[in-house]
Design a protein around this ligand. Sequence first.
Ligand SMILES: [Zn+2]
Length: 350
Amino acid sequence: MFPLFQEFPPLRFHPIFRSYLWGGRRLATDLNKNLPEEGIWAESWEIVDHPQAQSVVAEGPWRDWSLGKLMETYPGSIVGPNATIVQDSKSLRFPLLLKYLDCQNVLSVQVHPDDAYGATLSSPDLGKTEAWVILARSPGARVYAGLRPGITKQTLREAIATGRTEECLHSFEPRVGDCIFIPAGTVHALGAGLLVAEIQQASDCTFRLFDWNRVGQDGKPRPLHIEQALEVIDFERGPVQPIRFSTDRISTSEDGADVASEVLVRCDKFCLERFRQPGLIRFAPGTFRIVTVPHGAARLESALGAIELAKGESALIPFSCSSTSLVVQQDSSVLVASQGIELNEQRNAS
Ligand SMILES: [Zn+2]
């Protein structure tokens, strides 16, 4: 199934900027993104392989290769044999999508299906489980995550019909650094005034329940998908609380200091860890990793080369990349997402 094995260095891609009405300019001001001079920009897609968008390698021997082409040609070298990958009609796709979001206005209230439901759609897609890390917030900024206790399909249906959807939603003011985990089936919306890093399954499958009575660029309300949303909502899920972090494991760095890994999410779709202490972390082989640096700076080293990551930059460490380590600089925060391996097998203390 995976005939070609190729050793890769860490790969850096060109970000893909998306303009939506709820965006702003903070991707440039807060994350140093090289946005076009004009316009409202909502999202920077850092690493994506999806029919909607393709990341393209920015430098080095694989420059100009799209992630889709890399996955077509060297799937086993990019994601390894243990990763769960979606097989659509044509090819294997890279399973995760990493993005930054500048939410100047509240996003629509929505829900994503799981993989089983996504597979039944007319254009089959993955389900979507996602996780947010709050990077900055304006005073009073809220997230909507999960339903209030006791909300049933019937009460939610009635609330939507009578314009009272918001009353059914659990919401809170997140702190900077909070992680909010949104498994498929969880009703959610990011509120106004948030800058967020998001890791998600590479899916474009969204059902909108409520759009705050807004109209789109064409002056019309955007379509809602209320029946599909009601079908896929997990009514057992209840209110979602932020993950303030648990230090799962202390790794010993090169110089003997302890480097704490904060495990934010560990689910069957991805693991998300954060490193906020300076030091060197050696990664054991066995999975691919996505790395991004929302604050400060970091360096990725490998047998085939090293790359510096400045604030707002991201990279993919392919499965076949050997001898990789991460150097976290002072006053920095680094997010690392991986898949298909138990975390406690993931890293060798030096
Ligand atoms: Zn979502």
